[in-house]
Write a protein that binds this ligand. Structure first.
Ligand code: GCV
Length: 748
């Protein structure tokens, strides 16, 4: 409904834009001189080359700035005739460079950079400090109300000239405004009567890199780490700057450089110098560097006998380490910590609480305005326990006990970045703690960088989930942005999907997930459809037909992947270790709660994890109306059915079909969707540059093969329990269960 509304809104805006622009054009034609012949010729030549479908390797991401059509650029050129960006700081220089490359590229010829407003169509960018023109507008109060990173873009008159002003209190805010302005043109919006004010809803918008110091990336599917530690600090890869540009363009303002499964070497002086060099490249783009800190570093680096957070020597070691870091990197963001989780050391090792650990580190960075981001991804091996309830049990009792500069980073769901999970019950359960959602952009459980899966719908579903913690409307988005509990600090993190692959993310469409993360971190209300169509316009095509088809494909993709992987609330059916293909039979991990059989609990009667009072009862961690909805088999949303209930194979669902039949049809639907998508993609041949067309086509064929394996392997395995035939519309499996068990898809 909401998506439909935005689509209609977009269409209406387009019509208005065209009408307004046509009138504007007529008016301008009457008053302005006609372009000289050579300019016309130049534009024509540029447009000829610009409009020819050409090879693209994806490196430029959504910052391509290829020429728009002649009609559009002619209209825009009336408004963008010169660029006035005064100031010599690194950020102002970055703004000048981006605006110049962006405008000149989009409009098909160089737009002059000038020192003064000397014509209509000047675009003025800066702050009241960097620009006397902006200071003269007396926007200070309004800019102050937009906060340090917010901006205003408005059409105005300066010295009798019609101009566009992009202003902020800070230079980084002006940079964000610049990217927003460029995006307006990249997505072909009107810039004739601008009045835009924006401010980010969340303060810390951070990409977490699970990059190891040897250059590998945990759960990375797009090459090696972007940080070349052996060449740093002397050699600065130009790609670092492009990484920073891309992030700034979508408002990301933090980057945690190393894996949460941390190596304490990153905190040695040698590595800190390298980190400082990276921070130097990121700084003009407003990106703060964070580091994952290994809790036992005082032992490994400092030679102490303990890392007990209540030991004064330990606290002193961290304080000195923080002082050293801030000496080298004055705008260092802070520490990210994975403690007492999956073998990592932490305060529980010393019988101290997570709050003890986090607060000790927080005290070390507090004098420097740093933060500690403490991860809530903790679970324990106890007999008969439900892993989904572990983090709540361990952390909720400490609500209100964390220092003011601590944020608790909580994954969107209670297990582990599954294709679908209900929202984590900690959201809405810790009103006195600053909770920071953690998303996984890299597709650990979603077909790596082989499957086309647009993740915005997943994140939307999570942000829109109603926790009911303060009655109806207490959405996760409101918990995260601080509006529900008035938190001082807010933030959101996404585990990055970037690497050294030329196209950054392995799959061209995976770039859209990086983009979507940044856009939602800036404005958690944006619709998936809007984000997808923006990204397509900036990255793939402006042609309305393919754009519409691709937007629909992207928005549908996540549900389709759930269908062929884990429909109806199933979860964690993945092959052990790499988590790529299906292995619902898997039962050989050292911990029970790493095995698919632990999660689906299939037997002759039915399938699913009973998390109600008759089972693990972790449903009780949700607030009353949510709990009741999930708890009752009849009111539980079918997409979470097997997450909360062990359901009989012959149980009838809303469709009137049995659970078994419905399950089988979901799997088949997932495969059908990939096949249909391949056909739709094939129909776009010639409309999309051949390089990206072929690469995506290749990935889609892998996706189809994988979807078939998922369907067959899961249905054959579950059939050994249900003992029921497949419904007639479900295809016969291509291989036997034993064959699927013998080899993971990765080795076929
Ligand atoms: C970085 C999952 C992943 C691990 C990851 C962990 C985490 O378990 O499989 O690779 O470790 O989550 O988020 O800490």
């Amino acid at each position: 409904m909401r998506e439909r509304f935005f689509e209609l809104q977009r269409k209406a805006r387009r019509i208005l834009f065209c009408r307004r622009e046509r009138m504007e054009q007529m008016r301008l034609r009457r008053h302005n001189c006609k372009p000289a012949l050579f300019v016309k010729l130049l534009i024509a030549v540029l447009f000829f080359f610009g409009s020819t479908v050409r090879a693209e390797d994806g490196y430029r991401l959504w910052l391509r700035y290829d020429p728009l059509t002649q009609t559009e650029s002619q209209v825009y050129r009336q408004r963008v005739a010169s660029l006035v960006v005064t100031g010599d700081s690194a950020t102002m220089s970055a703004i000048r460079a981006e605006l110049s490359v962006g405008c000149s590229g989009l409009l098909g010829s160089a737009i002059p950079i000038v020192a003064r407003v000397d014509r209509d169509g000047a675009v003025i960018v800066g702050t009241p400090q960097s620009s006397t023109v902006i200071a003269g507008l007396k926007w200070d109060r309004q800019l102050a109300s937009l906060g340090p990173e917010g901006f205003r873009i408005a059409s105005a008159r300066v010295e009798g000239r019609a101009v566009i002003v992009i202003a902020s209190q800070s230079e980084v805010g002006a940079l964000y405004g610049t990217f927003h302005f460029l995006r307006l043109m990249q997505t072909q919006q009107s810039i004739s009567h601008l009045e835009v004010t924006q401010r980010p809803r969340l303060q810390l918008r951070v990409l977490d890199h699970w990059d190891n110091l040897d250059g590998t990336i945990e759960r990375g599917y797009a090459g090696r780490s972007l940080w070349n530690w052996s060449a740093l600090p002397e050699v600065l890869d130009p790609r670092l700057r492009d990484y920073a540009r891309a992030n700034a363009s979508i408002g990301i303002n933090g980057s945690t450089l190393n894996n949460v499964n941390a190596n304490s070497q990153i905190l040695t002086t040698e590595y800190l110098r390298k980190v400082a060099a990276i921070a130097g490249v990121f700084r003009p783009y407003g990106i703060h560097v964070y580091l994952s800190a290994r809790f036992s570093a005082p032992i490994e680096l400092g030679g102490l006998k303990t890392a007990d957070p209540l030991d004064p020597e330990v606290a002193e070691w961290w304080k000195k380490k923080a002082d050293e870091i801030y000496g080298l990197i004055p705008d260092f963001g802070g520490f990210l910590v994975k403690a007492n989780s999956e073998g990592q050391p932490g305060p529980r090792t010393y019988n101290r609480s997570h709050a003890d650990g986090a607060n000790m580190l927080a005290a070390a960075v507090a004098p420097h305005q740093g933060v500690v981001i403490w991860r809530a991804f903790v679970y324990d091996n106890k007999p008969d326990y439900d892993r989904a309830g572990a983090a709540y049990a361990e952390l909720q009792p400490f609500d209100g006990k964390f220092a003011p500069n601590v944020l608790l980073q909580v994954k969107n769901g209670p297990i582990d970045f599954q294709p679908r999970e209900p929202f984590h019950p900690l959201f809405g359960a810790m009103p006195k703690t600053q909770l920071m959602p953690e998303f996984q952009i890299t597709q650990e459980y979603l077909g790596f960088s082989n499957h086309l899966v647009f993740l915005a719908p997943m994140w939307r579903e999570f942000l829109d989930a109603d926790t009911y913690s303060k009655g109806r409307g207490s959405t996760v988005a409101k918990v995260a942005d601080g509006s529900l509990y008035h938190q001082r600090l807010t933030g959101i993190a996404g585990v990055a999907n970037t690497g050294t692959d030329r196209n950054w993310t392995g799959h061209h469409f995976a770039q859209a997930n990086w983009y979507a993360f940044g856009r939602l971190a800036w404005n958690p209300d944006l619709s998936s459809r809007q984000i997808a169509s923006e990204w397509i316009a900036m990255t793939i095509t402006h042609d309305p037909e393919p754009s519409d088809a691709l937007t629909r494909i992207m928005v549908e993709s996540r549900e389709a992947v759930i269908d062929y992987m884990t429909p109806l609330g199933l979860h964690h059916l993945f092959w052990g270790g790499h988590h790529y293909g299906p292995a619902p039979w898997w039962n050989s991990e050292p911990r029970a709660d790493w095995n698919p059989v632990y999660f689906h609990k299939a037997d002759a009667l039915g399938v699913g994890f009973d998390r109600t009072a008759t089972g693990g009862n972790t449903v009780a961690q949700y607030h009353a109306p949510v709990r009741a909805r999930f708890e009752n088999l009849n009111s539980c949303p079918e997409e979470f059915l097997l997450w909360f209930h062990h359901v009989r194979w012959d149980h009838r669902l809303k469709s009137g079909r049995t659970l078994w039949d419905e399950l089988a049809l979901h799997y088949q639907h997932g495969v059908d969707w990939v096949r249909a998508t391949r056909k739709e993609w094939a129909a776009l041949k010639g409309l999309i540059d051949s390089e990206r067309y072929e690469e995506v086509a290749r990935k889609l064929s892998i996706q189809e093969q994988d979807a078939i394996v998922w369907r067959d392997a899961c249905l054959l395995y579950f059939q050994t329990f249900s003992q029921r035939p497949l419904p007639p519309s479900v295809e016969k499996p291509a291989k036997s269960l034993d064959e699927y068990k013998a080899k993971s898809i990765l080795n076929q």
